[in-house]
Design a protein around this ligand. Sequence first.
Ligand SMILES: Cc1cc2nc3c(=O)[nH]c(=O)nc-3n(C[C@H](O)[C@H](O)[C@H](O)COP(=O)(O)O)c2cc1C
Length: 274
Amino acid sequence: MKTALIVYCSPAGSTRHVAQVIGDRLEEEAVTVHRLDLAITKDPSRYVGLLKTAGADACLFVGSPVYRDMAIPPVMAFLEDLPEGIGCPAVPFITWGGASSGIALWQMGKALESKGCTLAGAAKVLGVHSMMWPSDNPVGQGHPDADDDRQIGRLIDRLTKTPADTLSFEVLDYQPAAVGAEGKKKLEQPWTIIPKTVDEEKCTQCAICKQVCPVGAVTLDPGPVFSDRCFDCFNCVRECPEDAIVPAVPLEKIDANIRKRVAKFDERPYTQIF
Ligand SMILES: Cc1cc2nc3c(=O)[nH]c(=O)nc-3n(C[C@H](O)[C@H](O)[C@H](O)COP(=O)(O)O)c2cc1C
């Protein structure tokens, strides 16, 4: 591998951390790394051109957090917009909050396979659950940690130091049948979000909600208005200094539901390299 493109979206930072570790380790192995944060770069086509030019010497890394068992819409939109037959080796990676990693890796793998990519490797990495920021003990607290980073390092070692290997995309279908089937059913349903209201007494129109939205879904009129690009990352709710953005489901109830799902799935291992 001579060139790598690392594409990701990371509303709360864990997926960005993994992307950073991947990029830093690749650079240690003298790979030329291009990093593409989908929240910043709106037109990825120039970067995708790099992959075409580098051909088999290039590798595409694509990272997403898991939301409701799936990869998030900006990442899937990037994959769907890739040119047909791009055909490079690829490494999807996800971070998940310890409830269920669902079918996100499988879903990303399917999209990559449909563009003619081969699977060089993949990673599932535990991250602190990004819906649980008010809690003193969020699920996944402290993750990704040093051991997670070491596992990512081992993946990069394998990708750069041993002859290129191709995995079957089937390895990404790792969930028990019932969990996998439930996740795949969700793909047929519209993306759901928890509606939010704005407490106009509290809102000072400071525009932080607009700045922290990774997909430009917030406009001010004069308080925040959310477009249908919103995919429910909760950055606006989390970062509002006045707590003026109020989700229809209280955060305590969301917290309790997540903990129930953690107990129900009891998914292991937390971090896994393929
Ligand atoms: C709306 C929403 C839905 C989520 N759904 C799941 C889920 O189904 N399973 C899970 O384990 N974690 C879930 N999480 C937690 C994230 O996957 C996890 O915290 C991830 O590391 C966040 O990545 P980021 O920090 O790059 O944004 C969800 C978080 C949000 C905000």
